[in-house]
Design a protein around this ligand. Structure first.
Ligand code: ZN
Length: 392
């Protein structure tokens, strides 16, 4: 486990926030993200509600957005969320929220077409700003870059807004995990393997991709930059979380923002969280508090699906109470094991012998693996593991 994690658990929340404030504009923005979300509830609910009511989605995706992204080092700059690891998805006319470090002119753009946004601005905690935006009614389905034009500079986040055509009752989701960018575990480089894996994912009919941590080998900024560059060759929306290998300082947060979040796809709710809080009796940290609220926000979902890097029965008990005991998720998707789960390993243990929350573990992307799920009225059906990239 990286030292940053232990520091985070050992220090109190206020120390953690102070440390955030002292690490420069980008990470200060992330602070606003983590603390500010609790204050976003009504607007967040409104946009989730609209996305849900509006309905049903066959998604087409634009590619080749010729713009530079983020700041020079690939870190979050003016726009904190949405971003290419946590995009906004909705139909034309749906609302979505943008969290920024400063008020800015906002637009979305794809394939040379630019749509100006007309946000309603409000203050967020930590001096940050919320922009409640509406997807332009004439925006064609596809993945858009989000551009923020501030007083002194511009910030472009690729693949940050997905305009959906509809939300189908039955759809496919791709799962990849443990890309370990920067490792030398196989004859081929981790970058080559991930690049080819994304090509294979692009060739599927998946609506979006879950990428559940150990994105990098050791959480170095240049590893995150390489991961991002390859992630941005994906033609589908990509939702990421961190893994134990990504925990160096706050490099994950500087690259992707909050460590827990929810999103909706039609009637289904997805909850991403970080399993860094691995202690049995951990503090009520910011994520544990967020997860209580986020789980409640998903109560009306047809299916509630959790995604994180890893699972062990003795980790993060507050999180487990919220997600697997009080109000069990229907399904939980993760990695870390670098193998698939066996027939016996089919649920979390809290409602033995056939626990309420079913689990699926996909083997590591660094070893060429991915998995597709079919999600529809009858349930969540994990497909067979597909080893689609030769790694030697
Ligand atoms: Zn791993």
């Amino acid at each position: 486990m990286a030292s940053g994690v232990q520091e985070l658990n050992a220090r109190g929340l206020s120390d953690f926030l102070t440390a955030y404030n002292n690490t420069g504009p980008c990470s200060a923005g992330v602070l606003a993200c983590i603390t500010g979300i609790a204050g976003e509830t009504p607007a967040l609910h409104r946009s989730r509600f609209l996305l849900r009511v509006l309905g049903v989605c066959a998604v087409f995706f634009a590619t080749s957005i010729a713009v530079s992204a983020r700041d020079a080092a690939g870190l979050l700059d003016i726009v904190i969320t949405p971003n290419d690891g946590m995009p906004a998805m909705g139909l034309p006319g749906a609302e979505f929220e943008v969290l920024t470090t400063a008020q800015a002119e906002l637009s979305i753009e794809a394939n040379g077409a630019t749509h100006a946004l007309t946000p309603q601005w409000s203050d967020a905690l930590g001096g940050r700003k919320h922009a409640l935006c509406t997807i332009p009614a004439d925006a064609a389905p596809g993945l858009y870059a989000l551009r923020a034009r501030g007083a002194d500079r511009e910030d472009v986040n690729l693949r940050s807004v997905c305009v959906c055509g509809a939300f189908p009752e039955t759809y496919t989701v791709a799962h990849i995990t443990d890309t370990h960018i920067g490792s030398n575990r196989n004859a081929r480089t981790s970058e080559d393997i991930f690049t080819e894996l994304i090509q294979k994912v692009n060739a599927t009919q998946a609506a979006f991709v879950l990428v559940t941590g150990d994105l990098t080998e050791s959480g170095e900024p240049e590893q995150f930059k390489h991961f991002l560059d390859i992630l941005n060759t994906c033609t589908l929306p990509t939702f990421v979380c961190s893994g134990n290998h990504d925990r160096k300082e706050l490099n994950y947060e500087r690259t992707f923002g909050p460590d827990s979040y929810v999103f909706w796809f039609g009637k289904d709710g997805y909850l991403f969280f970080d399993t860094k809080d691995f202690y049995v009796a951990e503090d009520l940290g910011p994520q544990a508090a967020d997860i209580e609220r986020q789980r409640r926000a998903l109560k009306s979902a047809r299916w509630s699906i959790g995604a994180s890097h890893r699972y062990e029965a003795d980790m993060g008990m507050r999180t487990q109470l919220a997600l697997f005991i009080d109000d069990p998720l229907d399904w939980f998707i993760f990695g870390h094991w670098h193998r698939e789960n066996t027939a016996q390993e089919k649920s979390v243990p809290w409602a033995a012998p056939d626990g309420a929350t079913r689990i699926t573990v996909t083997p590591a992307a660094i070893n060429g693996a991915m998995r597709l799920f079919e999600i529809g009225p009858a349930g969540i059906v994990p497909g067979e593991v597909q080893t689609v990239v030769k790694v030697k």
